[in-house]
Design a protein around this ligand. Structure first.
Ligand SMILES: Cc1cc2nc3c(=O)[nH]c(=O)nc-3n(C[C@H](O)[C@H](O)[C@H](O)COP(=O)(O)O)c2cc1C
Length: 343
């Protein structure tokens, strides 16, 4: 059974990527998850100097019993470039043995700063660089060290182009751009960044609404009645639900798959093997998980087993066969905009 997927020209042994968070800032943390079956692990986002970030509790369950809503309020707390580069170098051999790629996540207030961090991580052994252009918890209010980190770099397409092109001229590895979803879903943003910077993939975190669910047995979408009314009778009805972020991650992935040729690596509420299958069906090349790991440190092993069971059940030899198969059933453009109803 072949679980491997391609993200552009990069082959991953499976589509499961451990998203960036504090569990991957030390050699011990990286080694733990490299050995748990991931196709790739992303380091904690790294800056040149250590950053104190926010006080504890940094990983915070709003619902500690149910564990569905995790706040990752770390404000880019990290031990700095030297420390994480040492950790990457320490696990390089194990990662090679496990065929797990190491992705170095970088942040900086200037392109030079980000390039310096990227160079240190690649020299230490990182196979891919992910640029953190997404962190919402940064900005000048936290002081000069935080002024232009994270979300600043995807707020305007020209900044994203500057960051991706600048880092690409420093390191010769694939570059994943982790962007704010609201910016990515703009065709103007994609037109410019795709054409002028050509990232090897976009990573992003799904929103809350609107949503999409795929039946993985058939590859077909399951639409609620209000959405069917929109499709069949062209009557817009506001989807007045709140719910898990996963279904929104699916819809945004289906939407982006129509707007860009650049490979997509979503995250947001994915916690089961079927969630990864669903993401591939709506056009993701791979998928990241984070909160599922806080819930269960062995979740990746279960997810890989579930993906294998799915393939066996459906007689699928290679996971690449299901890439984007649900898009044919989803109206174009997918139902991304929440309609405004006037009575
Ligand atoms: C405690 C915590 C810390 C995080 N730190 C980072 C980070 O440093 N860099 C980054 O790009 N994403 C960071 N994330 C975001 C995750 O990588 C992931 O994109 C997001 O949590 C959505 O996936 P999930 O629903 O599976 O958690 C963090 C998330 C959590 C929960």
């Amino acid at each position: 059974m072949d679980l491997s997927v391609k993200v552009g020209n990069t082959l991953l042994k499976n589509p499961l990527v451990l998203g960036s968070a504090s569990y991957t800032q030390t050699a011990k943390g990286l080694e733990t998850y490299i050995k748990k079956g991931f196709g790739a692990v992303v380091t904690k986002t790294v800056t040149i100097k250590p950053l104190e970030g926010s006080p504890n509790p940094r990983a915070f369950w709003y619902d500690p019993e149910e564990k569905t809503m995790l706040s990752g309020a770390e404000a880019l707390r990290n031990p700095g470039m030297e420390s994480v580069a040492k950790a990457v170098a320490a696990v390089k051999k194990i990662a090679e043995e496990e065929k797990c790629l190491v992705v170095g996540s970088v942040a900086g207030n200037t392109v030079e700063e980000m390039s310096t961090v990227a160079k240190a991580l690649v020299e230490a052994g990182a196979d891919i660089i992910e640029i953190n252009m997404v962190c919402p918890a940064t900005g000048p209010h936290l002081g000069p060290d935080y002024a232009c980190l994270g979300k600043y770099w995807s707020a305007k397409p020209e900044r994203a182009v500057e960051a991706i092109s600048g880092i690409r001229s420093t390191v010769r590895v694939p570059i994943w751009a982790k962007c704010v979803l609201g910016n990515l879903t703009s065709q103007d943003f994609l037109n410019k960044v795709d054409k002028e910077a050509r990232p090897d993939a976009y990573a992003y975190v799904g929103g809350r609404l609107p949503c999409l669910v795929i039946d993985v047995e058939t590859g077909k979408p399951k639409f609620p009645g209000n959405v069917l009314l929109q499709i069949e009778k062209k009557i817009p009805i506001s989807p007045s639900v709140t719910g898990p972020v996963k279904a929104s991650t699916m819809l945004h992935t289906a939407y982006l798959a129509r707007l860009t040729e650049t490979p997509l690596i979503p995250s947001g509420g994915l916690r089961k093997g079927d969630d990864i299958i669903e993401a591939l069906m709506v056009g993701a090349s791979a998928a990241q998980i984070s909160q599922a790991v806080y819930r269960d440190r062995d979740v990746s092993l279960t997810m890989v087993r579930k993906m294998e069971a799915f393939m066996e059940r459906r007689g699928i030899a290679s996971l690449q066969e299901i890439f984007g198969i649900s898009l044919q059933y989803i109206p174009a453009p997918p139902l991304l905009r929440v309609p405004i109803i006037t009575y």
